[in-house]
Design a protein around this ligand. Structure first.
Ligand SMILES: [Zn+2]
Length: 388
């Protein structure tokens, strides 16, 4: 039998051990020994990342594994800030934000799936998502529709859009407009003017490619911070002049703060000859986005790591490719300004990826095949300091 005194002494010792263990787990998660690429800090080296309380706490070598409750072995892997996909479509039931989280996409922007009439349902999807979803409101009240949401320009209702933005300020981060002739006929400039009017200080993301008007006319209407998606679209009206060089107006737009975003998608948005000519002329994208939908999951798009791998195949440097889905993408959306970095204090969103070597086939929007030597695949994700 214990005496009461011995019993209490024993309890005291046990709780002291418990307290020591709590103190020892200084970090919730430790990502150990990976090649950390954080372009915003010009960081590319093998080191450790320590996370506590949902925030990055330290990026330094040789943090003891005993200091963390959960250790992720990242040796041989890339460790980057959580990826941001600036152009997705997650409104439909066939593609949820959670699916994209497995790809390393910790934050995303829905690019105009919904308009003023059906925005509430999409806000519900964003609210329920395990990752961060923000929304570009389609200037058309219906959002994207198969036949073309701006066939009747009455759908581009500036007041209705403004009311929707006011109602969902936390979720709507800008306005989307699709300008292809198949969507809005010869009314592209008017559609863009209305989108700009509705957006006010927020950015407009405009979908270009096969427009009625030449790109130069469209670019004239933009404000710094606006985002041109699908810049590698095939004709008519590409980013190239008749000699296959990038239009001076496109370069001038970039200089005054217009961003150019890939938006891979399935149809009409990217073909190898256009992207070859543009990148040969030094015109790389600011951000790489997937424009993924449910059907895109198994056709031509697949996932954001695949789309980024295409640009590695095309010769984009690895750090620049990583910047295009982290720090550059974060800079495009005010709500994401603290994201896309592993700087201590930042929200702890981290992607851990394998850079596989081999022969990998990639297709453009007309199924032309190219073979790349490397391919990215996500192996682990930390979202808000928790391993998913
Ligand atoms: Zn889209």
């Amino acid at each position: 039998m214990f005496t009461r005194r011995e019993f209490l002494a024993g309890l005291g010792a046990a709780s002291a051990i418990g307290a020591r263990r709590v103190r020892a787990a200084r970090y919730d998660v430790l990502i150990k020994g990976g090649r950390v690429i954080d372009p915003g800090q010009r960081l590319d080296r093998v080191t450790d990342v320590a996370i506590q309380g949902g925030r990055i706490r330290a990026v330094q070598p040789a943090i003891a594994i005993g200091e963390a409750a959960d250790v992720v072995d990242a040796s041989g892997k890339l460790v980057t800030p959580g990826w941001i996909d600036l152009h997705v479509h997650v409104g439909a039931p066939d593609l949820t934000p959670a699916t994209l989280l497995h790809d390393g996409v910790t934050s995303m922007v829905d690019g105009g799936s919904a308009g003023a009439d059906n925005i509430d349902a999409l806000v519900g999807v964003a609210r329920a998502a395990p990752n961060r979803v923000r929304i570009l409101l389609n200037i058309a009240r219906t959002g994207v529709t198969g036949p073309g949401e701006l066939k009747d320009m009455a759908a581009a209702d500036v007041d209705a859009a403004r009311r929707a933005i006011a109602r969902h300020r936390e979720w709507i981060v800008g306005v989307k407009v699709r300008l292809s002739e198949s969507v809005c006929g010869d009314q592209d400039l008017e559609a863009l003017r209305r989108a700009r009017q509705a957006a006010g200080p927020l950015p407009v993301m405009l979908h270009v490619g096969q427009t009625f008007s030449p790109l130069q006319k469209i670019l004239e209407l933009l404000e710094p911070g606006d985002i041109v998606t699908h810049p590698y679209s095939p004709p008519p009206h590409t980013v190239l002049d008749d000699n296959g060089r990038v239009l001076p107006e496109v370069r001038a737009a970039r200089r005054r703060g217009i961003r150019f975003d890939v938006g891979n998608g399935r149809n009409g948005h990217i073909t190898w000859p256009i992207v070859d000519a543009a990148t040969r002329d030094g015109f790389w994208p600011d951000t790489i986005s997937s424009d993924i939908t449910g059907p895109g999951r198994t056709f031509r798009v697949f996932d954001l790591p695949t789309v980024v791998s295409k640009f590695l195949m095309l010769g984009m440097p690895l750090d620049q490719a990583m910047a295009s889905v982290t720090t550059h993408a974060a800079a495009a959306v005010r709500a994401f300004k603290d994201l896309g970095t592993l700087r201590p204090g930042a929200p702890a969103d981290v992607a851990i990826l394998e850079l596989k070597n081999g022969e990998f086939e990639f297709v453009d929007n007309v199924d032309a095949k190219r073979t790349g030597r490397v391919k990215l695949a996500t192996t682990a994700v930390v979202m808000n300091g928790k391993r998913m």
